[in-house]
Write a protein that binds this ligand. Sequence first.
Ligand SMILES: [Cu+2]
Length: 263
Amino acid sequence: MKNTKSIFAVFMALSALFSVSSCKKDKLKGKGTVKLTFDSRAGNANFAYGTEYTNAAGEKLTFTKLQYYVSNFVLIKEDGSEYVVPQELTYRLIDEGVAGSEVITLPDIPAGEYTKVKFIVGVDSLRSTMDVSKRTGDLDPAGKAADMYWSWNSGYIFFKIEGTSPASTRTGNVFMYHIGGYGGYSTPTANNIRTITLTSPNAIEIGEGRAPEVHIYADILESLKTPTTISIANTAVVHMPMAATTFANNYADMFKIDHVHNE
Ligand SMILES: [Cu+2]
């Protein structure tokens, strides 16, 4: 029995070696798909609704809502050359309450080894001001975006977190941070779009017959700190673009590529 097992183990190890070396010999060619997974985290822990965390201000808090927009993906190779993903494919609302919304599959990427992923948190001003017929799917204000749209100033909420905290002085101990503002209103206001460029720890190998997965960590607690520590006791509610800039600066550094599965 032991012998059979070890022979099997040797066989598995050998076949793994062979598949690795044959992969390396394969030239990346044609076009391929890449999958980006936005995995919500709370510091070093997994993020979940109903779990109690402590923010940088030392306050206990529990989340009931997490939704944010990502869009305008660009894939960058080592030499700096870029592949800009067709814009209309890129608008995605990541909703902790909707399983699968955190996985973004981008098709038809020219083959190659990519080392950076660039995107924005939010919806660019051009798309924000387009006719509603050009804002479908995750951007439909009468559909999926209904909860992420300020009808009073024609703009999307880019990032929304809500929950409860004993530190909140609001009724029901609630906190709610609704961050938006694309900077293009008739009266000047904040531009809270943030461009994020992530460097991958290993090359993302894209090509025909491959489907690499880029596993991105989104540290939600980071949106409440660095550069500015948010205290729920001081600020329990934000829902105006001007007041939201602090948060936008905070969420600008909440993402990182933790690892890549090259398959
Ligand atoms: Cu992974």
